[in-house]
Design a protein around this ligand. Structure first.
Ligand code: TYD
Length: 309
């Protein structure tokens, strides 16, 4: 059962493949709406919650932190309360490597302190901490996963990889923040989902599991990789004013999840190729998104942004 508020980034097209699947149903709702959450859990006899619901875009959190604090912290509380109240089997809370903050050397392990630096990262860290507090205080059966950047089909083109692919397809500039040397672990979405599935079935209650490919790529190399695959010139790369508080690097140690038998199956190049192919073949999906709300966002975010020499 999918429960989704369908905010700007939600889209029923993403569920098209499941339309005729008798095991799938959909309810439009907000995780902050406690009475609706409670009703749906009871009516649908839900036993397990996977909390993917969140405001997720760092740049948006810089303009408007309020909705992040609301959904990522208060919404998580609502789901924990329901898990406790109705005695659910377990809740898997999907979090992010960003809660560890910028990691200039080495890799983050699950017991590392949280040092979030953006309103987004801080709101996710708040959600993680309320999960752990519920487990400690009430014994609520919650498990946390912390994933690195996902790439693949159906990703809203505000995130850098689909943004750069769809801009490149239209011969538009690729706005690269700062000097482009920031590093991210871009993992293929299927690997990320398999990691979450492993935790769903084998993760220990009250524990945290990192999920990532373990390979960090510089943004400039990711941008050049996309252009190479699309046979577009590197002159499309446009260096623009950096994101305030831009974390230079995240890096995850995933030994703990690997000990449950999970392993990342897609190297970065293969993940990027599959992603580029999907956006190239599925213009029907992203062209209609790149109008309306998206255009307003793009203008606000990039319209007056300083272009660097
Ligand atoms: P993003 O996809 O927003 O994910 P996050 O910041 O949560 O990791 O950005 C990934 C990286 O790409 C990050 O280092 C910021 C950079 N970036 C750009 O250079 N230009 C852009 O237009 C965007 C959106 C991101």
């Amino acid at each position: 059962m999918v429960y989704d508020k369908l905010t700007y980034a939600g889209n029923l097209d993403n569920l098209r493949d499941l339309e005729d699947n008798p095991r799938h149903s959909f309810v439009r709702g907000d995780i902050c709406d406690m009475s609706l959450v409670d009703r749906v859990i009871q009516e649908e006899q839900i036993s397990t919650i996977l909390n993917f619901a969140a405001e997720t875009h760092v740049d948006r959190s810089i303009f408007e932190p309020g909705s992040f604090i609301q959904t990522d912290i208060y919404g998580t509380y609502v789901l924990l309360e329901a898990t406790k109240k109705f005695g659910l089997d377990r809740m898997i809370h999907i979090s992010t490597d960003e809660v560890y903050g910028e990691v200039m050397s080495g890799s983050s392990v699950e017991s590392d302190p949280l040092r979030p630096r953006s309103p987004y990262a801080a709101s996710k860290a708040g959600g993680d901490l309320i999960c752990l507090a519920y487990h400690t205080t009430y014994g609520t059966p919650v498990v946390i996963t912390r994933g690195s950047n996902s790439i693949g089909p159906y990703q809203y083109p505000e995130k850098v990889v689909p943004l750069f692919i769809t801009n490149a397809l239209d011969d538009l500039p690729l706005p690269l923040y700062g000097d482009g040397s920031q590093m991210r672990d871009y993992q293929y979405i299927i690997d990320h989902c398999e990691g979450i599935d492993t935790v769903l079935h084998q993760g220990k209650i009250g524990e945290i599991y990192n999920v990532g490919s373990g390979v960090e790529i510089r943004n400039i190399d990711m941008a050049k990789g996309i252009l190479r695959l699309l046979k577009k010139p590197e002159s499309l790369i446009q260096y623009v004013e950096d994101r305030p508080g831009h974390d230079r690097r995240y890096s995850l140690d995933t030994t703990k999840l690997q000990s449950l038998g999970w392993g990342s199956r897609h190297a970065f190049q293969e993940a990027l190729e599959k992603t580029v192919k999907w956006y190239t073949e599925n213009e029907w999906w992203w062209r209609k998104i790149k109008s309306g709300e998206y255009k307003e966002w793009y203008e606000r975010q990039y319209g007056k942004r300083k272009i660097l020499p």
